[in-house]
Design a protein around this ligand. Structure first.
Ligand code: PMV
Length: 327
């Protein structure tokens, strides 16, 4: 009787404070720049991978459905794991997000982090973190950061990347308030959007040239727990990325009217002395990052902002983890 192997893993989405947008040339889905992120412990992806020799092909479902591009990237990750384990069995992948999927809440990051942890767990592979991070990155450039808890740094190193934790949630327990402004999936995915920006935005070279200084300063602000410095820098880095997106041809305008209203609400709060800053990824949601104690006021202000349809709150979270090894 051929063996069925299954495992379930949980991973949290992450939000970059210093972002990446663009790839290095060549294979491996290598980002053009480093990035620095926080993990949102209040949102989760739960993924079960079941290797079943009776299957003729991988079956991938994300919240009950999956597009061909995601399924193909999942299969590519599973192929690597199958190769390492010497087990050719195809797999059923059932991945569920308890938050909006494909809408700028980094569901691909938590999705691929949970996938590699569950897949390796099911196959009984004990891979070093660096190997898991490499596998996850092939699926989504931001996924290695979701393998770690708290603050994570993803850097270019030689012809690959390294990813390391920088601080635990307990070291600097920031809170995040997400202003949800639309629920649909984004019109252009990150991978295609980045490729288009690199080809067509006149600001892309400036984004790449100024990025290392942003990353170094962001890292210093996190290490020094300097919220004011991090606030100024993270907002600048975010708007610089969106300037590249907006000047891409055709333009990548991920914002909705509610995005701009929420951004202004956060700026007004900070001008009024509330320790909060905004960041926005490839989608219309605004993430308001708060010092402990500020989240109540921020959540109330964002909930009352025109165009904001929901407000999610999240503490920083922990690393991706296996729930049920073996089957
Ligand atoms: O590699 P992806 O598809 O997860 O792209 C991530 C792109 C941004 O979220 C906009 C930036 C980032 O560093 O997370």
């Amino acid at each position: 009787m051929p063996e069925i192997l299954a495992a379930t893993a949980v991973a949290h989405p992450n939000v970059a404070l210093i972002k990446y947008w663009g790839k290095r040339p060549g294979p491996g889905n290598l980002p053009a720049t480093g990035s620095l992120s926080i993990v949102l412990g209040g949102l989760a992806t739960t993924t079960t991978v079941t290797f079943d020799p009776a299957l003729a092909a991988d079956e991938v479902s994300v919240n009950g459905a999956a597009d061909a591009d995601t399924a193909q990237r999942v299969s590519a990750c599973l192929d690597e794991l199958r190769g390492l384990a010497g087990n050719p069995a195809r797999a059923r992948v059932d991945s569920r997000n308890d938050f909006p999927t494909g809408a700028g809440l980094a569901s691909s990051a938590s999705g691929f982090a949970a996938l590699v942890v569950a897949g390796a767990g099911a196959l009984g592979l004990r891979l070093p973190e660096a190997r898991l991070a490499d596998l996850a990155r092939r699926g989504s450039g931001s996924a290695p950061r979701s393998l770690y808890g708290g603050f994570a740094l993803l850097r270019n190193a030689g012809d690959g990347t390294t990813c390391e934790p920088v601080a635990d949630p307990a070291d600097w327990p920031l809170e995040v308030v997400v202003a949800v402004t639309t629920r649909g999936p984004k019109p252009v995915g990150s991978r295609n959007g980045m490729a288009q920006s690199e080809l067509t935005s006149p600001y892309y070279p400036a984004w790449i040239a100024t990025h290392p200084a942003d990353l170094d300063a962001g890292l210093a602000a996190v290490r020094g727990r300097d919220f004011a410095a991090l606030a100024e820098l993270a907002e600048h880095n975010c708007l610089k990325m969106h300037a590249v997106m907006m000047t891409t041809r055709p333009p990548l305008i991920y914002w909705s009217p509610g995005t701009l209203a929420a951004l202004q609400a956060v700026r007004e709060l900070r001008a009024g002395g509330v320790p909060v800053f905004f960041t926005i990824d490839a989608g219309p949601q605004v993430k308001a990052v708060c010092l402990p104690g500020a989240a109540d006021r921020v959540a109330a202000a964002l909930a009352a902002t025109s165009g904001v349809i929901d407000v999610l709150r999240s503490p920083l979270g922990g690393a991706a983890r296996l729930l049920s090894p073996g089957a």
